[in-house]
Ligand binder design. Structure first.
Ligand code: GLA
Length: 386
């Protein structure tokens, strides 16, 4: 164990080094997103086939299965909820799918102690060709606030030649002017390097194209976080897109890797599966308390790739934590199992330091080690999180 002063000096040095490596901008001051947002969204599983019954059933499930208790808060309605823009220019919900309206749904979700999110688009149409918010930002923000909406995702379809920072700033200001705290999630798919300006405008910003429920898509989005880790900040998080855990296109080993790495990256933890029908293993991946604690660590420093081995088939990802410890993912991208050795130099420690190593998935200490820790037989496409 390091002595205290050694420990403090090292922690300060690491934090300064990590924080100065990107050009930080001051985060949007709406008081939200102090840790990455956690919740659920309709898009990955239901896509356009949504209605109020699904939303209410999912909200019920998220409470009864314990996900609310481990931090999931937002129930987010993605594209396809909109009906028409009426004669006064106000957006209305699709009356077949949401017959009681959005305020009714918000009240219901609030009665469970959860928050309700919806979706719009900075262009004239959403990606599914429902009405967008272009030139209606003030009116739409007021409408959302009047319904009791807590979260807005704004997409970038049909925005043509608009400039993302300028267009998103209009909605950002309109949301702030409602006086209601509304988490603002930007979704320009990384088109205009939102990590450079996003924190002043929104609480999180998509950095890549849409995730799909397969291994290659997961790796594509993961690898695009490597160069931008230092831009992420408290209140303005990089968003590599939602979780696919439980959707069936990957193995549970692969889903465990997505959940581990998204947690290490301070990514939003937005589940995207049918919470009403999921097996115990899916629930235990989504609910892993010590993994979620890394995602929600108050230091808010995004993890990054610190070492690549064997042509990138074995990787060490790491980040510092508020209490001076470190979080590590040893990630085996190979097609066969592999052993990966963590070196103390990977995690900003001296080789002589003695450290207690804990397995965050198994939730048990592995012992006290000096200089390195060798993890044996990590399954193909799997990881160990320490
Ligand atoms: C875009 C977004 C997705 C989703 C769909 C909805 O593709 O990137 O996350 O919101 O639109 O149409």
């Amino acid at each position: 164990t390091m002595n205290l002063s050694h420990h403090i000096i090292l922690s300060v040095m690491i934090t300064l080094a990590l924080m100065s490596s990107g050009s930080k901008v001051i985060a949007l001051d709406n008081g939200l997103g102090l840790t990455p947002q956690m919740g659920w969204s309709t898009w990955n599983y239901f896509a356009c086939e949504i209605n109020e019954t699904i939303i209410m059933e999912i909200a019920n499930a998220l409470v009864s299965n314990g996900m609310k208790d481990v931090g999931y808060t937002y129930i987010n309605i993605d594209d396809c909820w909109q009906g028409e823009r009426n004669s006064t220019g106000h957006i209305t919900p699709d009356s077949e799918r949401f017959p009681h309206g959005m305020a009714y749904l918000a009240d219901y979700v609030h009665s469970l102690g959860l928050k309700l999110g919806i979706y719009t688009d900075a262009g004239v149409l959403t990606c599914q060709r429902r009405p967008g918010s272009f030139d209606h930002e003030e009116k739409d923000a007021q409408t959302y606030a009047s319904w009791g909406i807590d979260y807005l995702k704004e997409d970038w379809c049909y925005a043509y030649i608009e400039d993302p920072p300028k267009r998103y700033a209009i909605m950002s200001k309109a949301l702030n002017e409602t006086g209601r705290p509304i988490f603002f999630s930007l979704c320009d798919w990384g088109t205009d390097k939102p990590w450079k300006w996003g924190p002043t405008v929104g609480n999180s910003f998509r950095t890549t194209k849409d995730i799909a429920d397969n291994w290659d898509s997961f790796l594509f989005n993961l690898d695009h976080q490597i160069d931008i880790a230092s831009y992420s900040t408290i209140g303005g998080w990089n968003d590599p897109d939602m979780l696919e855990v439980g959707n069936g296109g990957m193995t549970n080993t692969e889903y465990t890797s997505q959940f581990s790495l998204w947690s290490l990256l301070n990514a939003p933890l937005i589940a995207g599966n049918d919470l009403r029908n999921m097996d115990q293993e899916t629930l235990s991946i989504l609910s892993a308390p010590e993994v979620i604690a890394i995602n929600q660590d108050p230091l808010g420093v995004q993890g990054k790739l610190v070492r690549s081995i064997n042509g990138g088939l074995a990787q060490v990802w790491a980040r510092p934590l508020a209490d001076g410890s470190r979080a590590v993912v040893l990630f085996n991208r190979d097609t066969s199992s592999a052993s990966i050795q963590l070196e103390w130099a990977d995690i900003w420690l001296m080789s002589g330091d003695q450290m207690t190593v804990r397995d965050l998935w198994e939730r048990q200490d592995l012992g006290v080690f000096t200089g390195s820790y060798l993890s044996l037989n990590i399954p193909s496409h799997g990881c160990v999180m320490l």
